[in-house]
Design a protein around this ligand. Sequence first.
Ligand code: ACO
Length: 332
Amino acid sequence: MSNKLFGTKIAGIGKALPETVIKNADLEKIVDTNDEWISTRSGIKERRVVSTEETAASLAARAGKDALESAGITPEEVELIICATSLPDNLYPSTACEIQRELKCVNAAAFDITAACSGLVYGLNVARSFIQSGIYQKILLTTVDIHSRFVNWEDRSTCVLFGDGAGAMTLTRNADDQSDILYINMEADGSRGEELKIPLSGKNCPLVTPNTLQSPFVEMNGREIYKFAVNTVPESIKKAVNEAGVSLEEVDCFILHQANIRIIESIADRLAINREKFFVNLHKYGNTSAASIPIAMTEAVENNILKPSSLVVLSGFGAGLTWGTAVVRWNA
Ligand code: ACO
């Protein structure tokens, strides 16, 4: 058995957003809030939400289709579909299996992973491991979260922050051993899981003592999550660039999980890096959880902010608690 590690190429990316736009002013009709509060506390101006029969899988499949087309890979060539989602349409089958069906990736294995807003970074690490080891050569990594079906629309402290969306990346084995992924770290602290949670309680068998049923809505300790993000992410980024053998100053673009503009600005300031280097699109979409990094990356490419050989830091953080950073080169 060879110890050779194969290089990974980020061959394509894609995004998909629902059509329906909900502006801050629209939320004033359902909760006691206003545009000024939401804008100054979070930076969010509007978000997209699914409607009628739109699903997490249908959104993710749209993003996946774009990611495959931009990589020039046919659905039949895909060997594995990974979907990072915390808000699937079903407990089973997995969202990845539904994407496989929708895109007709008939030769692909498929499974989901749950790492909330760190889903892209976790998924990238899993995909890279399969490619490095030689097990697979062509992987479709999708990310999707549809919070609009899992926030309590009567709770103004959470419902204004989230939006729905999907993102995707096509990862392939590089022709040479070079990898577009220089380094990835991923970490977790399960002891703080209660600070950001969507409980799911099935109902006990009627022949035993009933269990306590909980509503499947977002419960968040906003202040603790804020402190967690601004304290943890800078350290994760510093460690990752150091391990990647590059300096913070060499990084062309930082694409962080798009939760809150104040979190992103605070992290930029703590790293002493110009805020201009941090890509921001959360004003348009709110917090799209696992999908926020690939949506932002796709728009950074569309806007010519990422150019061939740009050095990019991708950093996710969220429920679990989980967090992680990838240092990558954009070469597609
Ligand atoms: N509109 C108007 N007023 C509101 C709203 C609202 N939507 N929500 C809360 N308020 C009120 C509160 O009731 C409170 O009023 P009070 O002082 O009379 O009690 C006041 O505003 C201040 O509330 P705080 O919660 O203290 O506001 P804070 O400055 O901490 O900001 C926020 C809240 C934006 C949630 C902040 O804590 C934050 O950004 N936390 C991080 C949240 C986050 O990013 N979560 C997701 C990350 S992980 C993931 O992506 C899954």
